[in-house]
Design a protein. Structure first.
Length: 303
């Protein structure tokens, strides 16, 4: 069964289960970096929340041998889990009720040109700062709703005010963490370099004790910590040097002090290689590298 045939069959099966209780349809959803996924949308008559269940993972399960009936069972379980959320959709129309949970995250500017046409953002180096409503900070991740232009119009606000709110909210709602590569490489990065021994060896050769990973406590959208982490300044002061920042993904960045005779072209090529071979398209942040300058307390693109 082809993927398109699978999606159509899922749509029909789920629609038959819900009958008149919900509208069910498959749509294309543009995600980060222009990645387009097939999403199953279930719109119930008694709810203003319409979860989107992405079908790629379920097709993978089906290809691995799980029966189609079991796939449908799992999809229904996902929908029920979404439906059990305590989020009150009615409050989303009231800016006073959402403004304390407006956060930001960073994405690649060029790779998201189409998405950014419908989304307020602030340019930052070669990236874009976009805004989200943080639905839930519990569990293993962050449930967010991307703020779009229609939300800005409804709230009578603008990107400047959203940026001020997010700058205040994000550090407390998405707490940043930094640790040495030695302490967390097994847990966090080994899977990424599993099939890229040369790239991993290159990182080690560059001075592993002086390599650090900056993310947040749940390691989701953790590269955004670059915008507010006090740890960056503290690390620079501890080495009495500027810092290089290498974007590992949208979820974390690698930091090393500028105390070696580092070839910036070499580092940039290494980042590009890892992005192309080890990082999913949706998770890529940039092929460029950055420098934290102690004198100005700013992060700038290395050109």
């Amino acid at each position: 069964m082809s993927y398109i045939e699978f999606c159509n069959k899922v749509e029909k099966a789920v629609s038959e289960i819900y009958g008149d209780e919900a509208g069910v349809y498959v749509t294309d959803v543009t995600k980060n970096n222009g990645l387009v996924l097939k999403g199953l949308v279930i719109t119930k008559k008694d709810s203003r929340i319409s979860p989107t269940i992405y079908l790629e993972q379920f097709y993978g399960m089906y290809e691995e041998g799980i029966t189609f009936g079991e796939v449908i069972t799992r999809i229904i379980k996902c929908d029920r889990a979404y439906s059990s959320t305590t989020f009150n959709a009615d409050c989303f129309t009231d800016f006073d009720k959402v403004k304390d949970r407006i956060v930001y995250k960073i994405v690649n500017l060029d790779m998201n040109r189409e998405l950014l046409k419908s989304t307020p953002y602030v340019p930052w180096n070669d990236l874009a700062i976009v805004f989200c409503f943080l639905v839930d900070g519990g569990g293993d991740g962050y449930a967010t709703i991307l703020v779009r232009n229609e939300h800005v119009a409804m709230w009578h606000t603008d990107a400047e005010e959203l940026y001020k709110l997010a700058s205040r909210n994000t550090p407390s709602l998405m707490i940043d963490e930094i640790d040495s590569m030695d302490n967390i490489i097994g847990e966090m990065l080994m899977h990424r370099f599993h099939d890229s021994g040369d790239a991993y060896a290159e990182l080690q050769d560059m001075g592993n004790p002086c390599l650090y990973v900056l993310s947040n406590e749940r390691r989701i959208f953790g590269a955004t910590s670059m915008l507010y982490s006090e740890h960056i300044r503290e690390l620079a002061d501890s080495f009495d040097s500027d810092l290089f920042i290498l974007p590992s993904s949208i979820h974390e960045v690698i930091i090393l002090p500028d105390i070696f005779d580092c070839d910036t072209d070499y580092m940039r090529n290494m980042v590009r290689e890892i992005n192309e071979t080890q990082v999913d398209v949706e998770d890529r942040l940039s092929n460029n590298i950055y420098r934290f300058e102690r004198d100005t307390n700013e992060i700038r693109l290395v050109v």
